[in-house]
Design a binder for this molecule. Structure first.
Ligand code: ATP
Ligand code: MG
Length: 581
C-alpha cells in the first residue's frame, strides 16, 4: 500500500477527553473517530487491527469445533420477554419500536435468539454437542461509556453458545472453550490471566474471565503467590485473619467521640490500630408483603473490620438478601437504632435486626464499635460477654493484599485487569425459559445444557495498546499491527536512487506477502518518523542517499526503538528476523 493512496490522519495534540493511553493514542493515531458517546467510526487503520483480531479468533474457534453463523442486530422483543430479560435488563438494553408499533431490541448479546434457533433445529442428542458463534455488532447503553472502545456503547463481540445433552458433556464444551481462549490470547501476544468469576444465581464454579493485565483496568484480580488460585475481587474468598479469638482483657467502656463518625477518626483518637475497630453497615430488604399491608423494610447490621470493605456480591448470596438489598435510609436507621449513622453498633440492639459478622470480626476481642448514641463509641467490646455471639458469621468483605490464599497456599496479591473475554456455564437457565428440549438416548425430552462465551473484539484493541505503548505512541504486537513494515524514503523527490531503492524494497517485501506501506508522501523525515512511531508499525525501513551509496538500508524496530542496518539484497531476511524476534 502506498501512503498517498491510503487514508490516515494523525493528530498532534492530545485529545482532551481521553482518560487512558489507549483512547488517547487511538484518536491521535487516527484509528478511531468519535461519532457520539461510546460510538466510534473505525477508520481504515483501526479496522485493519480489528480484522486481525477477528481472524485469529475465527481460526481458533473453528479449530475448536465451533461453527460460525450470524444473528440479526435487531431482534424482536418477544424472545426477550420469554426469558424475562425484556423487563430485567434495565436501561442497558436498547429498546425501540418499528413503524407498526412492535417492540425490538438492539442485541447486547444473543442467548435468546440462539436458544430459539436451537429449539427449532436441534431435536436429538445425536446432533449434540454443538457450539455456534458469531462475530457481530453489539449495543449496550452503558451508564458510563468511557475509555474509548474499551467501554463503548456500540462494540464488536465474538459470542459463542454451546449446547450439550448433559452436564458432563457441557463441562467438556466449557473446557474446550477455555483452552481455545488461552490459544487466542497467546496468539494475540497479550499478557493476561484467567480468573474465576462469580456465577450469580446459576452457582457452581464454571465461570472465568480472561483479563488483560493493565493498571488502568476497571477490574481487580486476585491471585496467590504460591498456587494457581486466581479469581476476581467479587468472588475471591476472604478467610478470617485471626486464627482464634483472644480472651477478653479489657472492660467495655463508653468513650466520647464527638463528631468522629469514621473508624479512622475513632482509632486515631483512642490511639488504636484501625484493625481494632469494627464498621457497622445497615442494609435494608423490602418486605414481601401482600399489597396493602405496608410494613417497614427488614434491616440487617453487617459488621466488618474498620480497615476492610464490604463485598456486595458476597452479601447478595446470603440467605434473606438474595432477592435484592439496599443501604438503609437515615430514617430507617434512626428508627431501628435510635441513633444516626456514624455511631452504630451491635451492642444492645433490638432483636429484629439481624447481625451478620464477617469471619474476621467474629474472631476479634476487645474491639471498638459505635454505642448507638450520637457522639459515643464503645471500646473493649467482647463477643459473648458484652453482646450475644453473632447470629450469623459469613465472608462479606473484599480480600486485601497479604491475606492468606483461600487454598491455604501462599498470600494474595491484587492487580488491575481489563476483561476481554468471559466463559460461562449457563446450565438450563435459557433452555428452561424457552423450552429448548431434545430427546435423549432413552427417547425422553430433556433440557439442553448451555454455555456462553464472549470476547470483546474492539475492547481487545484498546487493551493491547494499554499494554503496548510508550511516550512516542503505540507498539503493536506483530499479530495485531495494521501493517508489518513501513518504508520511509528520505528526500525521495530530490533523489532518483532513493526513489528507485524504495520502489525495489516495496516490491520485494510486498511480493513476499508482507503487509508493507510505502510512505510516498515526501514529508520531512521527522514528521514521517513521528507518524509511524505513533501508529506503531513494528518495523521501519529507512532509505537515505548516504547509506544507499554503501548499498545499505537502515532498519528500526519499534519495540525498544532498536536501530540496525542491512545490505539492500538482505532486506527481506532482515525484516523477517525483526518481525519474529
Ligand atoms: P463488563 O463487566 O466489562 O461490563 P460484561 O460482564 O458486561 O463486561 P459480557 O456480557 O461477559 O461482559 O460480554 C463479553 C465481553 O464483551 C466482555 O468480556 C468484554 O470483553 C466485552 N464487552 C462487554 N461490554 C463492553 C463494552 N461496553 N464495550 C466493549 N466491550 C465490551
Ligand atoms: Mg457490562
Amino acid at each position: 500500500m502506498r501512503a498517498t493512496a491510503y487514508h490516515f490522519q494523525t493528530l498532534k495534540e492530545d485529545p482532551s477527553d481521553a482518560e487512558v493511553a489507549s483512547h488517547r493514542l487511538m484518536l491521535r493515531a487516527g484509528l478511531i473517530r468519535r461519532l457520539g458517546a461510546g460510538i466510534y467510526n473505525q477508520m481504515p487503520l483501526g479496522l485493519r487491527v480489528i480484522r486481525k483480531v477477528e481472524a485469529i479468533i475465527r481460526e481458533e474457534m473453528n479449530a475448536a469445533g465451533a461453527i460460525e453463523l450470524s444473528m440479526p442486530v435487531v431482534q424482536p422483543a418477544e424472545l426477550w420477554q420469554e426469558t424475562g430479560r425484556w423487563e430485567k435488563m434495565g436501561a442497558e438494553l436498547l429498546r425501540f419500536q418499528d413503524r407498526h408499533g412492535r417492540d425490538f431490541v438492539v442485541q447486547p448479546t444473543s442467548e435468546e435468539v440462539i436458544t430459539d434457533i436451537a429449539r427449532q433445529e436441534l431435536k436429538s442428542w445425536k446432533q449434540l454437542p454443538k457450539n455456534f458463534y458469531q462475530i457481530q455488532t453489539k449495543f449496550r447503553d452503558e451508564r458510563r461509556p468511557r475509555f474509548g472502545v474499551m467501554r463503548g456503547r456500540e462494540f464488536i463481540m465474538k459470542d459463542a453458545y454451546s449446547f450439550d445433552k448433559d452436564v458432563v458433556s457441557a463441562e467438556r464444551s466449557y473446557d474446550r472453550m477455555f483452552a481455545c481462549y488461552c490459544k487466542i490470547f497467546d496468539r494475540l501476544g497479550l499478557g493476561y490471566r484467567a480468573v474465576a468469576a462469580d456465577t450469580g444465581a446459576i452457582g457452581g464454579s464454571r465461570s472465568h474471565e480472561f483479563q488483560v493485565i493493565a493498571e488502568t483496568g476497571e477490574d481487580a484480580l486476585v491471585y496467590s503467590t504460591d498456587s494457581d488460585f486466581a479469581a476476581n475481587l467479587e468472588l475471591a474468598e476472604a478467610l478470617s485473619l485471626l486464627p482464634s479469638r483472644a480472651e477478653p482483657s479489657q472492660a467495655m467502656q463508653q468513650v466520647a467521640t464527638p463528631g468522629l463518625a469514621r473508624c479512622e477518626q475513632v482509632a486515631n483518637l483512642l490511639g488504636l490500630g484501625l484493625d481494632q475497630t469494627v464498621k457497622s453497615i445497615v442494609l435494608a430488604v423490602e418486605p414481601e408483603e401482600p399489597e396493602g399491608i405496608a410494613k417497614g423494610a427488614r434491616l440487617f447490621l453487617l459488621l466488618i473490620r474498620g480497615d476492610h470493605e464490604l463485598n456486595e456480591v458476597k452479601v447478595g448470596k446470603l440467605d434473606g438478601l438474595t432477592n435484592g438489598f439496599r443501604f438503609a435510609s437515615v430514617e430507617e436507621i434512626v428508627q431501628g437504632f435510635g441513633c444516626e449513622p456514624g455511631y452504630l453498633g451491635p451492642v444492645g440492639l433490638a432483636s429484629e435486626i439481624e447481625v451478620i459478622a464477617d469471619r474476621t470480626v467474629a474472631q476479634m476481642a476487645n474491639f471498638v464499635v459505635g454505642a448507638n448514641t450520637k457522639d459515643f463509641h464503645l471500646s473493649g467490646v467482647n463477643w459473648g460477654r458484652d453482646l450475644a455471639e453473632p447470629s450469623r458469621v459469613a465472608d462479606i468483605r473484599n480480600v486485601v493484599e497479604g491475606d492468606p490464599s483461600p487454598d491455604g497456599k501462599g498470600e494474595l496479591r491484587i492487580e488491575r485487569g481489563i476483561e476481554v473475554g468471559h466463559v460461562f456455564y449457563l446450565g438450563t437457565k435459557y433452555s428452561e425459559a424457552m423450552k429448548a428440549t431434545l430427546l435423549d438416548e432413552t427417547g425422553k425430552p430433556r433440557l439442553m445444557e448451555m454455555g456462553c462465551y464472549g470476547i470483546g473484539v474492539t475492547r481487545i484493541v484498546g487493551a493491547a495498546i494499554e499494554q503496548n505503548h510508550d511516550e512516542r505512541g503505540i507498539i503493536w504486537p506483530v499479530a495485531l499491527a495494521p501493517f508489518a513494515v513501513v518504508i520511509c524514503p528520505l528526500g525521495a523527490s530530490k533523489s532518483q536512487p532513493v526513489r528507485e531503492a524504495a520502489e525495489k524494497a516495496y516490491a520485494t517485501l510486498a511480493q513476499a506477502g508482507l503487509e508493507v506501506l510505502l510512505d510516498d508522501r515526501d514529508e520531512r523525515p521527522g514528521a514521517m518518523f513521528a507518524d509511524w512511531e505513533l501508529i506503531g508499525i513494528p518495523v521501519r525501513v529507512t532509505i537515505g542517499e548516504r547509506s544507499l551509496k554503501e548499498g545499505r538500508l537502515e532498519l528500526l524496530k519499534r519495540r525498544g526503538m532498536q536501530a540496525s542496518d542491512c545490505a539492500e539484497e538482505d532486506l527481506l531476511e532482515a525484516v523477517r528476523r525483526l518481525l519474529s524476534s
